[in-house]
Design a protein around this ligand. Structure first.
Ligand SMILES: [Zn+2]
Length: 320
């Protein structure tokens, strides 16, 4: 967690708020493996990373909540163990002395359909959607997007959203394996089965939330499992319609930071409108004994990330 205790920043100011962060735990009770590009994955160790995170978060005392950026259980988890594996990881989050806000990732959806997953993650939901917002202090609002709103995974196979996603993939990705970016160039490489999009209704909801936050003079932190800026992420990990979402965000001045997971190596950028983007380094890829989690101190003009081991510590300073 770094040496700072989170009570006082480098500028000597007290944070308005502090919260814990972790992403891509991807736990499974299976032997270690590798990603498709050969990066080692430590499936059993990752829950130990989460356990150490919860212990540190509880010792910190000032953390108001934690945010899990998705993919709590890996797609290789044997399907007859999926329910128990999800419950096991959720139980670890429940040891934290405060609320845990979850978002869904593709690996969560490989294991359980939405109607089973969302109640376990206590995600407030209408019609199976997984987007919501909350305001832990009057100065800030957090928006959690559902990056698999339009997706070929998680909805029933005959659901209109599954159909819409499959049609979209057929148009954008000519490969028979829709998880393959072969032949796709540059930003087109995001049109893969393991990604998804924010649908029209959710975009309208986002408009409404940002309009309201602007009226309330609140700063906004947007959280999504899938990254929203090419400068902070591999092309293959981006939300299909990251550009449409950012067009909405850029119409307002209230969004200061976008946080994401999914692209395990992590990344960061500042976009053309001065919005900070930070992709969090995955817990799954920590070699045994090392960690990737942290906490964020929130100030009126910055968010400061205090990371452990693989998770980089950074300051995101913005104009008011
Ligand atoms: Zn993911």
């Amino acid at each position: 967690m770094g040496s700072a205790n989170g009570l006082v920043s480098a500028q000597g100011k007290q944070p308005l708020l502090s919260f814990g962060i972790i992403s891509d735990v991807q736990y499974a009770d299976i032997p270690d493996g590798r990603s498709f590009i050969g990066v080692p994955r430590y499936y059993r160790h990752s829950i130990l990373v989460l356990q150490r995170a919860v212990q540190k978060w509880n010792n910190h005392q000032k953390l108001k909540f934690v945010i899990n950026f998705g993919d709590i259980v890996d797609g290789f988890c044997p399907k007859d163990q999926s329910l128990n594996a999800v419950k096991k990881v959720v139980n670890e989050f429940q040891i934290f002395n405060g609320p845990a806000y979850h978002m869904i990732g593709n690996h969560c959806l490989y294991n359980l359909p939405r109607d089973k997953l969302l109640p376990l993650l206590k995600i407030p939901s209408v019609d199976g959607h997984a987007y919501y917002d909350f305001s832990p202090i009057p100065e800030y609002r957090f928006v959690v997007l559902d990056g698999y709103d339009i997706s070929a995974i998680g909805w029933p196979q005959d659901h209109p959203k599954t159909m819409q996603a499959l049609k979209f993939l057929r148009e954008k990705n000519p490969n028979s394996d829709k998880n393959s970016p072969a032949g796709l160039v540059g930003l087109e490489r995001r049109f893969l089965l393991f990604n998804g999009a924010v649908g029209k209704e959710q975009l309208e909801w986002l408009h409404g939330v940002l309009e309201d936050a602007t009226k309330e003079n609140q700063k906004v932190v947007v959280c999504c499992h899938l990254p929203l800026d090419p400068g902070a992420s591999s092309e293959e990990a981006l939300l299909w319609n990251y550009d449409e979402v950012m067009d909405v965000i850029h119409r307002y001045n209230c969004v200061k930071v976008c946080l994401a997971g999914h692209d395990h190596k992590g990344g960061q950028s500042i976009d053309s409108h001065g919005v900070h983007h930070r992709v969090l380094e995955a817990a799954l890829e920590c070699p045994p004994g090392t960690d990737s989690f942290g906490y964020i101190d929130v100030f009126d003009d910055r968010l400061s990330v205090f990371g452990t081991d693989r998770m980089k510590s950074t300051d995101m300073i913005f104009t008011l």
